[in-house]
Design a protein around this ligand. Structure first.
Ligand SMILES: *[C@@H]1O[C@H](CO)[C@@H](O)[C@H](O)[C@H]1NC(C)=O
Ligand SMILES: *[C@@H]1O[C@H](CO)[C@@H](O)[C@H](O)[C@H]1NC(C)=O
Ligand SMILES: *[C@@H]1O[C@H](CO)[C@@H](O)[C@H](O)[C@H]1NC(C)=O
Ligand SMILES: *[C@@H]1O[C@H](CO)[C@@H](O)[C@H](O)[C@H]1NC(C)=O
Ligand SMILES: *[C@@H]1O[C@H](CO)[C@@H](O)[C@H](O)[C@H]1NC(C)=O
Length: 414
């Protein structure tokens, strides 16, 4: 009933040839109850009886096919590399860790949540920001930017250069090649009005984050009918994650380094972080494996080791799952950055594809057996769920001819 009068209003407006924007906002407002309406199926048949209908349909088809991709990962699990598979696609507006700004606003210098806001509220703020960003509303981000932007302009957009879309005209002058180094040098402030505008012009949107602990924490976003969310859940062997963190965050992981070097467990070692990482991983994976209805068609698990072994094949699988068209440009980027290409993108460089797989297991040469044993105990559930074999001896640990990554296919639940 409700639907039919709206259809009439819509038809009247359409035949009057009223402004495109008016129709657009009407469509936005009426979309959910009018799913079965005839005009949408006519759009699919691409029969446009006038220009207004054509515009309505173009907008409709674009909205329907727009994908909101979220890359859910943990620190040092290869998410920057995986993110590039979306960042290099000219149809995708990609954002690198926008939730950083929320975290900064609510935590003190030691990264702890400040008293008045607890974990649940922080997660709520994360979800709110994600929702607004997927709708290309960048003004919402201003709540968290420091210093507070003036006239919607900011120079403190976190890792702006890691997002190609933020380094291209109209957001910055033309730079060549488009990369983080050159972008952060040449592109100074960013106009958030223009960012919102530019965001709308891309077919899809992808956001990478290491700040959402578990898949359950974004359930309300996944279920939101206004979004078309596709979750790429990137996981990695926690022993590899730890080795990489020890290498990168030398201060935070000092006690671990001492343990690894001296072979004796320091009294002050803080096991909570890696324990949490493993619990979050296993909780998410168990949720995914249990195939709840709310994840149907929306969740894909990717092991970093599989991605490193054969990045192009894995990338194509992800594109297929999401429903994206494969891009030669993405393939070229992967090939150049996994085959000894020397350039400014060297952060992602592996010397060869084959070596990339070895790099993924390189932690085995750097971690001592004592530490590995401890980790295998803490993370036993995660390791067994994801098909990472445990070792009992140093000989087993160091012999890279035997991969510890069991061949395993994680078919997306569709
Ligand atoms: C429809 O748009 C095209 C160009 O986009 C224009 O040439 C044509 O005259 C328009 N037709 C009507 C009926 O307005
Ligand atoms: C940060 O907050 C935590 C918890 O509220 C507190 O224990 C810690 O001392 C604070 N650190 C700094 C540097 O303020
Ligand atoms: C930002 O861009 C908008 C839209 O083009 C423009 O109206 C506004 O003046 C710009 N803001 C600044 C501070 O340049
Ligand atoms: C993991 O370890 C716990 C405690 O040591 C044990 O109860 C549990 O069965 C183990 N789980 C797996 C999957 O190995
Ligand atoms: C490593 O494993 C391979 C395959 O199992 C075996 O042939 C080789 O002898 C091992 N190397 C060492 C040094 O144990």
């Amino acid at each position: 009933m409700e639907c039919s009068w709206k259809a009439v209003v819509l038809l009247v407006f359409t035949s009057l040839g009223i402004q495109y924007t008016a129709i657009k906002s009407l469509r936005m407002a009426f979309k959910p109850p009018c799913r079965e309406m005839g005009s949408e199926s006519r759009c699919l048949q691409k029969e446009f009886k006038d220009n207004a209908t054509r515009m309505f349909c173009e907008d409709y088809l674009q909205q329907e096919s727009r994908k909101h991709i979220i890359i859910l990962a943990t620190t040092r699990s290869g998410s920057s590399f995986l993110g590039q598979i979306f960042n290099q696609n000219p149809d995708i507006f990609y954002l690198y860790e926008p939730l950083y700004h929320v975290q900064r606003a609510f935590t003190n210098s030691s990264g702890r949540v400040q008293k008045p806001i607890d974990r649940r509220s922080l997660l709520g703020a994360y979800r709110d920001l994600l929702h607004n960003l997927y709708n290309c509303d960048f003004y919402f981000l201003e709540n968290y930017l420091r210093p507070i932007p003036k006239d919607h302009e900011t120079s403190s957009f976190f890792r702006r250069g890691a997002s190609n879309a933020l380094c291209l005209p109209p957001l910055c002058e033309q730079i060549n090649p488009v990369n983080e180094h050159l972008c952060s040098k040449k592109c100074k402030t960013v106009n958030l009005t223009l960012v919102s505008d530019s965001c709308h012009r891309y077919k899809h949107m992808a956001i990478k984050t290491v700040r959402i602990p578990e898949i359950n924490d974004i359930r309300t976003l996944v279920e939101d009918p206004r979004l078309n969310l596709k979750v790429i859940h990137l996981v990695r062997d926690p022993r590899g994650i730890l080795a990489s963190r020890m290498n990168t965050f030398t201060d935070l992981y000092r006690a671990w380094k001492i343990w690894n070097t001296l072979g004796r467990k320091p009294h002050n070692i803080d096991l909570s972080q890696i324990t949490t990482t493993c619990t979050d991983l296993s909780n998410s994976v168990e949720t995914g494996f249990s195939r709840p209805l709310w994840l149907k068609g929306k969740y894909m698990l990717v092991r970093y080791e599989d991605l490193a072994r054969d990045p192009v094949t894995k990338a194509k699988e992800m594109y297929k799952f999401i429903g994206l068209e494969w891009k030669v440009k993405v393939q070229k980027w992967i090939e150049q950055n996994t085959k000894g290409y020397v350039g400014l993108t060297r952060n992602f460089k592996f010397s060869t594809s084959r070596n990339a797989a070895e790099t993924a297991e390189n932690w085995r040469l750097h971690l001592g057996l004592g530490l590995v044993h401890a980790l295998q105990q803490i993370c036993n559930v995660t390791l067994s769920l994801l098909g990472y074999q445990t070792v009992d001896s140093t000989i087993q640990l160091r012999n890279l001819s035997n991969s510890l990554v069991e061949p395993k296919t994680f078919t997306p639940f569709t």
